[in-house]
Design a binder for this molecule. Structure first.
Ligand code: SF4
Length: 269
């Protein structure tokens, strides 16, 4: 692995890392202490709003390739205290290599958080038991039928909720704060009051927060993002119903902010 390019804006630094078989994969450095790493070349989950998974899976990244993203970032002078397994790929679908990388980072004293669709659920159960520093699970819809439209190869929502319920009931309120539901707000798709009401019921029942994400529009994909006003209205609606809700952070809303906007490219030979 080696660095192909480093692209910067005022907030983020995007690293294009080249693999030995001549693909590039992307990692994002943000907040001055966090590196978001990719776990797969492409992604088999094929979320319909996501550029990273639009061409399906090419292959899993090896353990060495996951750790290399960190080492290359450090060699570029980036100081890293947190790793977010949140780049290209579904970490649970490359579980053995991701787990090995997780333990490697933990041994170095680096905090690790995960962003996952929860698929497959047998690995989600294992992940929940690891000494992680946060797990954010993508819902993006409140019914199985609608979730299948945005996350076609994920687990049914009710299985994810059952798994979370069983895990969370044993935890203190303080520990529950490490878990959250990711909800990508898409205009005229999942932003009705009825859906937000159902979302708030689920979050309150599980007693975890909601990370309300603003959609980054991607050329060629059929979804549109809400206006800032609509986004804020949805946020206030959930808040009023007693949900611990956070807005997209300012790093994520950048063009090179990751989360569905990262790409895999084949280098020309
Ligand atoms: S959002 Fe994540 S899980 Fe879904 S296709 Fe993109 S990389 Fe894969």
């Amino acid at each position: 692995m080696r660095i192909g390019a480093v692209i910067e804006d005022q907030l983020n630094r995007l690293l294009e890392v080249e693999t030995d078989d001549r693909f590039t994969v992307e990692s994002v450095y943000y907040r001055g202490d966090t590196l978001c790493v990719s776990t797969q070349l492409g992604c088999p989950v094929k979320c319909s709003f996501c550029a990273s998974g639009s061409n399906g899976l090419i292959r899993n990244l090896s353990y060495e390739e996951i750790v290399s993203q960190y080492e290359l970032a450090v060699s570029e002078g980036m100081s890293i205290k947190n790793i977010a397994f949140a780049g290209i790929g579904e970490p649970l679908l490359n579980w053995e290599n991701v787990k090995k990388a997780f333990w490697h980072f933990k041994e170095k004293g680096i905090r690790c958080s995960f962003y996952t669709t929860g698929f497959p659920v047998k690995h989600l159960k294992e992940l929940l038991k690891l000494p992680h520093n946060g797990v954010n699970i993508s819902f993006h819809a409140v019914s199985d039928e609608k979730r299948r439209k945005v996350i076609p190869y994920g687990e049914p929502l009710h299985r994810i909720i059952d798994t979370l319920r069983k895990h969370l009931e044993k935890l203190s309120n303080r520990k529950k704060k490490m878990y959250s539901i990711a909800y990508l707000l898409i205009k005229d798709f999942n932003d009705s009051e009825e859906e937000l009401e159902k979302l708030s019921d689920i979050a309150k029942e599980l007693n975890i927060g909601v990370s309300l994400l603003k959609y980054n529009e991607i050329e060629g994909l059929p979804y549109i993002s809400t206006t800032d006003d609509e986004y804020e209205r949805a946020f206030l609606f959930l808040k009023k119903r007693g949900v611990r809700v956070t807005l997209s952070n300012r790093y994520r809303t950048r063009k090179i902010g990751g989360c569905g906007t990262l790409m895999v490219n084949r280098l020309k030979s």
